[in-house]
Design a protein around this ligand. Structure first.
Ligand SMILES: NC(=O)c1ccc[n+]([C@@H]2O[C@H](COP(=O)([O-])OP(=O)(O)OC[C@H]3O[C@@H](n4cnc5c(N)ncnc54)[C@H](OP(=O)(O)O)[C@@H]3O)[C@@H](O)[C@H]2O)c1
Length: 266
């Protein structure tokens, strides 16, 4: 009954199960997983022999005190509606769904509800899970969930009205930056004889090294640009063009994402 239940063994559900178990914060006898398809349930059972596999969502609600909803936003309220009748109210529901608010979740389940927004980079133990506890969540449950997510990376407590912007940076961010790396490498390869795979390899390494440099030195991005862009040199020409055009590109990108954020759970 004190185990952790995970409903939905997709990208996030499988990442959390793998992370919690490989970090040692949980053992296989403390986790019960279900997913809509037999294929996903079999994949989980094969990856983690001895783990609890439930055939139905309601079984998770019966067996687990902490229930992580790792289904898509448009499936989250439907799954919660389905499991609530089998719950006694003492459970702690943790929803990963972007765009589904605490008010809506607490309207369906009157017990403890937390929103947690992980990031795919926690697959390698990096990145930040955003955590926003509902009003009913007691200290013990809050610390337990924060401890779980700490085992796969950083945890940042946020207010719910900060979640959309923080999600764009922390959780959508890897997708945005991966697209930027791909475009930079692609443009360089198109403009030269450099092979696309070598261009992508260099761009990826440079992005990783740049992020590590900023984190380790504490320099601002502006400081770093100043160190790289020799006056009248090559970088200066590139950064000038980006600074003219990128603010508008990113303003439009963020605006579109915020619009979608508001509609994604509907
Ligand atoms: N991906 C990210 O980087 C990320 C980051 C932060 C938050 N999130 C949030 O995390 C949640 C999951 O995202 P995801 O990327 O992991 O999605 P996903 O890969 O599509 O996984 C969702 C899983 O839910 C399962 N499912 C669907 N309906 C179900 C039902 N009625 N009962 C039980 N299982 C059901 C599906 O199972 P089958 O495969 O078995 O059919 C699927 O594997 C979303 O709410 C998203 O907003 C995602």
């Amino acid at each position: 009954m004190n185990c952790i239940g995970v409903i939905g063994y997709g990208h996030m559900g499988s990442m959390l199960v793998n992370g919690f178990l490989s970090s040692g914060v949980l053992g296989v006898d403390e986790v019960v997983v279900t997913s809509r398809s037999q294929e996903s349930r079999d994949a989980c059972a094969a990856a983690w022999p001895g783990i609890g596999i439930a055939r139905a969502n309601r079984e998770i609600a019966r067996r687990c005190r902490t229930v992580i909803l790792a289904v898509r936003p448009q499936e989250t309220t439907e799954v919660l509606r389905e499991i609530v009748p089998g719950m006694d109210g003492d459970e702690h529901v943790v929803s990963l769904a972007a765009g589904v608010g605490l008010t809506e979740l607490e309207g369906l389940f009157s017990g403890s509800v937390t929103r947690a927004i992980p990031t795919i980079t926690s697959t390698i133990g990096q990145g930040t899970t955003l955590v926003c506890h509902g009003r009913q969540v007691g200290m013990h449950d809050a610390l337990r969930v924060e401890g779980l997510f700490s085992s796969i990376g950083n945890v940042m407590l946020v207010e719910e009205d900060e979640l959309p912007a923080a999600t764009i940076l922390s959780s959508c961010g890897p997708g945005l930056l991966a697209a930027v790396i791909e475009e930079l490498a692609g443009a360089t390869a198109r403009a030269s004889g450099l092979a696309p795979d070598r261009a992508l390899c260099l761009a990826t390494e440079t992005a990783a090294a740049t992020a590590a440099y900023l984190r380790e030195t504490g320099e601002t991005p502006g400081d770093l640009v100043g160190r790289v862009a020799t006056g009248g040199g090559v970088t200066e020409a590139g950064v000038k063009g980006l600074r003219e055009r990128l603010p508008q590109v990113f303003d439009e990108t963020v605006a579109a994402m915020l619009v979608r954020y508001g509609a994604v759970g509907k």
